[in-house]
Design a protein around this ligand. Structure first.
Ligand code: FE2
Length: 602
């Protein structure tokens, strides 16, 4: 594992080279996909390949030369996106879709990029993979345990018969499964309702919906599905969930679908993955990591003495590149017509409105991983295999020990903490309403009744917890959300970010392609996922290279704390490697030591 990070200029040059390398790789993939598709209908060849590359390079040069700074970066997206569009159009022209394999044109988009090892269709075709994605996928933040038979997540639609039809659940019932802590749901109704409310509040329809073009596919459809999962009675599944039934649009009066429904069941699973993907990007990833960390880190820059205050020294390396990437995205991915706008449901205004509501509405004290897991009823469910939970908590505990070590050198009592005026100003700034402060609700000491002393830090324990949460969110939690984007989530056939058809009719044999995004959308999703999930920069456990004794923390105790942190991260890494060595479907390795950047920079 890396022991120090390079100086900032070298570090950011490396970042730029990594991003440029990915751009070239993605452009090459698109050019090759287009050439192969043209070749299939009598076109293509070396001359066409050279013309395509000349076009990509020419557009890039003109785009970058015509703008400076942020505009140049914004324009640098254009040639790669154009190449992706051309690949999609070439594949659509080549008509590669066949009734036997509806996924073939999506697979053909992977011309030089490797197809995910389990294949593109597995995420929605395989029940085992579909279930594992809820606990080891891009968005393992939705699953919750059903805590009462009349819980609104299952009331009115899930029946004992649904449960009994599942393998190994012959004599089961909802009441028994609830009592044994074996019934779980992934419920996206609240998310869909909030996004619909944002659409209504911002007045409108999506004026730039990619409605299918040559594919002739329909517009995006926003559904709020509920999926039910169970562990079979008596164990025997190694804690792995089985999907039981799906209510595709979340309305109890409409039909639920089960594994017996064939193609319609596959469509229902695609609807769940699409809701999961949209929630992931807007909520779990953008709102709860990128923007949350940015706001708190802004207070660190404003209120704490640069280079001197121990909390400034602890937090600042974990904000490397965060403001930069966040300032860039409104002009690229989040721009009108940008990839987030085009790939996800609802208009850009509705997406921004929704994200803003999460950033200001989610309470800081509810974000601690054990609090968050407990709220979903999953903290103590040891019978449930939940790789994200295992790794996220291990990372949190390692960072907590490290933060306590470092801060313990400077604060030896609660009185030291309460008597630090800079810390008091920092805490008040985090809670103060925006735009003057960060506007983060629920930050401050917890009273015995569970309420929060907003903007107040009085104890060493709360200081350590708050700093730990910020570092954990900037590193481990962002890694858990960000890097799955380059795997199955990059493929629209496996993880559509919006479906194109409403709830399927039970038993109907409508082709799955009716629900999947058109190829132009799929080509953009492949680009977006591989770009965002491809840049692993500045590993957790590294700190800026400092020639002074004691390293970045300028103390022997600080240097020892960093070494201890690295050792703990390596231990976690080894445990993940052992656990995943025999994994049958796909490995959950996003929190391995060399895959977790210390800051949000992509
Ligand atoms: Fe990210």
């Amino acid at each position: 594992m890396m022991t120090t990070a390079p100086t900032p200029a070298v570090a950011w040059l490396r970042w730029a080279v990594k991003v440029a390398g990915i751009y070239v790789r993605l452009a090459g993939n698109s050019v090759e996909a287009a050439i192969r598709a043209r070749a299939a209908v009598g076109g293509g060849g070396t001359a066409a390949r050279l013309r395509a590359w000349a076009s990509v390079i020419g557009v890039a040069v003109v785009a970058v030369a015509s703008g400076g700074g942020r505009t140049a970066l914004q324009k640098a997206f254009e040639p790669v996106e154009r190449a992706a569009d051309e690949a999609a159009d070439a594949l659509a022209d080549a008509g590669k879709a066949t009734a036997e394999d509806p996924y073939e044109p999506y697979r053909a988009l992977y011309a030089t990029l490797p197809v995910p090892p389990i294949g593109l269709a597995a995420a929605i075709e395989s029940d085992e993979v579909f279930a594992r994605l809820r606990v080891a996928g891009p968005n393992p933040m939705i699953l919750s345990r059903v805590r009462a038979a009349d819980d609104e997540a299952v009331a009115g639609w899930l029946t004992d018969a649904h449960l009994r039809a599942a393998a190994g659940c012959g004599g089961d019932s909802i009441a028994a499964a609830v009592a044994d802590h074996r019934l779980y749901v992934a419920d996206y109704r609240g998310f869909a309702a909030a996004l619909r409310a944002s659409s209504e509040a911002t007045g409108g329809t999506d004026d730039l919906d990619m409605a299918g073009g040559a594919d002739g596919r329909g517009a995006e459809v926003l559904l709020g599905p509920v999926a039910a999962f169970a562990l079979p009675p008596g164990g025997g599944s190694d804690g792995r969930l089985q999907p039981i039934a799906i209510l595709p649009d979340g309305e109890p009066s409409t039909p639920a679908l089960t594994p017996a429904d064939g193609t319609a069941w596959t469509a229902a699973k695609a609807i769940v993955n699409a809701a999961d993907g949209a929630h992931h990007e807007l909520d779990t990833h953008l709102a709860r990591t990128h923007l949350f960390v940015n706001l708190a880190m802004g207070c660190t820059s404003r209120r704490l003495s640069a280079m001197h205050h121990p909390v400034w020294r602890l937090l600042t390396p974990h904000a490397d590149g965060t403001a930069f990437i966040n300032n860039l995205t409104p002009h690229t991915l989040l721009a009108r017509g940008g990839d987030v706008h085009l790939l996800l449901p609802a208009s850009r205004a509705a997406q921004v409105n929704y994200v803003g509501g999460i950033v200001t509405g989610a309470r800081f004290n509810d974000r601690f991983p054990r609090t968050e897991l407990a709220a979903r009823g999953l903290l103590h469910e040891d019978a449930l295999s939940y790789p994200y939970r295992e790794d996220a908590l291990a990372m949190y505990d390692a960072i907590h020990t490290f933060v306590a070590d470092v801060l313990g050198e400077y604060y030896t009592s609660d009185a030291d903490v309460g008597g630090d005026p800079e810390l008091a100003a920092w805490a008040a700034d985090i809670s103060a309403p925006a735009p003057g402060g960060a506007g983060l609700a629920g930050f401050g000491e917890l009273r015995p009744d569970g309420s929060t002393e907003e903007g107040i830090i009085r104890t060493f324990a709360y200081l350590v917890k708050a700093v730990t949460l910020l570092i954990w969110t900037a590193s481990a939690q962002h890694a858990a959300a960000n890097f799955p984007q380059a795997d199955l989530m990059a493929c629209a056939a496996a993880y559509p970010l919006a479906v194109r058809e409403g709830a399927p009719t039970p038993g109907a044999a409508t082709p799955i392609t009716q629900w999947l995004p058109p190829l132009r959308v799929a080509a953009r999703q492949l680009f977006l996922g591989n770009l965002l999930g491809g840049v692993v920069h500045l590993p957790l456990g590294s700190y800026p290279l400092t020639p002074l004794p004691g390293g970045w923390f300028r103390s022997a105790r600080g240097a020892a704390a960093v070494s201890d942190l690295r050792r703990r991260l390596d231990d976690i890494d080894a445990r993940i490697g052992l656990r995943e060595a025999g994994e049958q479907w796909f490995k959950y390795e996003y929190l391995r030591a060399d895959r977790v950047p210390r800051s949000i920079n992509i």
